[in-house]
Design a protein around this ligand. Structure first.
Ligand code: SF4
Length: 505
């Protein structure tokens, strides 16, 4: 057996190794097998970078170690030179290397006598030990093994209660520091040397560790080799795997009990299997018979609709760093709506709104919507999301609270109607519009659209309002967003029509 070239470790690689030694191995030696970075993941990276840069300003007067991770040894040398200063300033991205473990500390803030506080910056709004503690612990280990005394170790994250007053951010208020010193020291004492030994041993092997897929593939984060490891998963060859049961995850009791009984397919669940919800009994029945389920209340529930019927959909985004006065980190901001209006005789008209500049979009969204919605009739939405957004808009703009509440009173949740009254085997356990629409309206779906789901719409909106986006790209994004949101309400119109036909109305 040949001995592998020894890889290096880093704080990311350490956390990958804790999740799964195979993930660590593949990351170090077979990175080409990783899943593509999608727009949503890239947006998360970009957010992390913006938050990280701002976090440094919370400790002003510091020096940035500029050498990137391709030049780690040069970064370590530069850090050493800065540390030779008897009174060093705060250090950003200080680099260290201890026995093959390379780290960059987001912020080291001097506390006197040669010691530092360590800040690990995250763009979240709270400390989560499962996700964050190992990051801090490995840095603490490397720093102290390198002879750098660490006074306190903090997770520095956004403060969800910070309300942006406009102008420059108040960085003392925007960021929160959670002291994790004791937990990180305990983690180092209890497990880091043994964890490192396991990781180095795995990295010496000629082949990846033989580790089966399981719940750990998504915990604490979805693994970047998920697609590679799951491409030959037995579930892929099943038409209706038990993971498609409604409300069931790999960690749920019913999933574990079915798996323990050797049952991997919905159609093989015995009719009296304990712990199966009434919804999942309906799904099982539909899979076994290949028949749709139509509830006896469908026609009666549809009579609750009043014409003209409006169909409403919002698009939103959640800036980590508040952009608008009075908003908080990650507050949901409505920037677009689409409205189809159907008259009693079936005639259909369409109205829409899309904000396309950097200005606060919500008040314009409200006023245009209040002007567009007919004064009477039901307002069909798909899920409870629009109701939540109407409430948030009313809270942010109290002068419109009354008319917005009046809209809320007229809402009719079509998703709930489907859940209560209908199931099609092609739903595969999902009642999302993206699953329900093509099953009820065969031959129609979102596949010809550039934007096909809400998170892609949010990412596109960032590009639409960015100052450096060229006009031709902005024009294309504008069109893509309008088409996507319009498709959502159009799909809702067609789903309702299909259900009315089924009910004989
Ligand atoms: S997908 Fe699962 S088994 Fe494969 S490397 Fe990732 S965590 Fe490990």
């Amino acid at each position: 057996m040949t001995t592998r070239r020894a890889a290096t470790l880093s704080k990311s690689r350490f956390t990958y190794g804790l999740q799964c030694l195979k993930r660590l191995y593949l990351y170090c030696y077979h990175y080409d097998l990783a899943d593509e970075v999608d727009a949503r993941t890239q947006a998360l990276f970009d957010t992390g970078n913006r938050v990280g840069e701002l976090a440094r300003q919370r400790f002003p007067g510091g020096l940035l170690v500029e050498e990137d991770h391709f030049h780690h040894q040069a970064a370590v040398t530069a850090t050493g030179n800065l540390l030779n200063n008897p009174q060093p300033p705060p250090l950003y991205e200080a680099a260290f290397n201890f026995e093959g473990i390379r780290i960059r500390a987001d912020i080291l803030n001097p506390t006197g006598n040669g010691a530092f506080d360590l800040m690990e910056v995250k763009s979240t709004t709270r400390y989560d030990a499962d996700r964050h503690l190992a990051d801090v612990a490995i840095q603490l280990y490397v720093l102290e093994q390198s002879g750098i005394p660490v006074n306190r170790a903090y997770l520095m994250h956004l403060n969800r209660d910070y309300v942006y007053p406009g102008g420059d951010y108040d960085l003392e208020q925007l960021f929160s520091l959670t002291d994790v010193t004791e937990a990180a020291r305990q983690f180092v004492a209890d497990s880091v040397p043994a964890d490192l030994a396991r990781m180095w041993a795995a990295l010496q092997q000629d082949a990846p560790p033989d580790i089966a897929i399981g719940a750990h593939c998504k915990k604490p984060y979805q693994c970047s080799f998920y697609g590679h490891c799951h491409q030959d998963a037995p579930e892929n060859s099943l038409e209706n795997p038990i993971i498609e049961l409604y409300g069931v995850s790999e960690n749920s009791r019913v999933f574990k009990e079915l798996t323990a009984a050797g049952i991997r397919e919905i159609g093989r669940i015995p009719s009296g299997f304990p712990g199966i919800s009434s919804m999942n009994k309906r799904i099982r029945e539909s899979v076994v018979t290949g028949q749709t389920f139509v509830g006896p209340q469908l026609a009666a529930d549809l009579t609750a609709l009043d014409f003209p019927v409006s169909f409403l959909d919002f698009e939103t985004f959640m800036p980590a760093l508040p952009l608008y006065v009075g908003t908080r980190p990650y507050q949901t901001i409505t920037f677009q709506w689409s409205l189809h209006i159907q008259e009693t005789d079936g005639r259909l008209s369409h109205r829409e709104f899309l904000n396309d500049d950097a200005a606060e979009p919500r008040e314009r969204a409200i006023t245009s919507l209040l002007e567009a919605v007919p004064p009477a009739g039901s307002i069909v939405v798909y899920s409870g999301y629009e109701e939540r957004m109407l409430k948030e808009l009313a809270a942010a703009f109290p002068r419109y609270a009354q008319p917005l509440a009046a809209l809320s009173d007229r809402l009719y949740d079509l998703c709930q109607l489907v859940r209560d009254n209908y199931y099609h085997p092609d739903f595969h356990g999902s009642f999302s519009l993206k699953s329900v629409f093509p099953a009820l309206v065969p031959g129609d779906d979102y596949s010809d659209l550039e934007i096909q789901e809400g998170s892609a719409a949010s990412s596109s909106y960032w590009r639409l309002i960015a100052a450096d986006t060229p006009e031709p790209e902005r024009a294309q994004i504008r069109q893509d967003l309008l088409e996507y949101c319009k498709k959502d309400t159009e799909a809702t119109v067609k789903v309702l029509a299909a259900l009315r036909a089924l009910a004989g109305g």
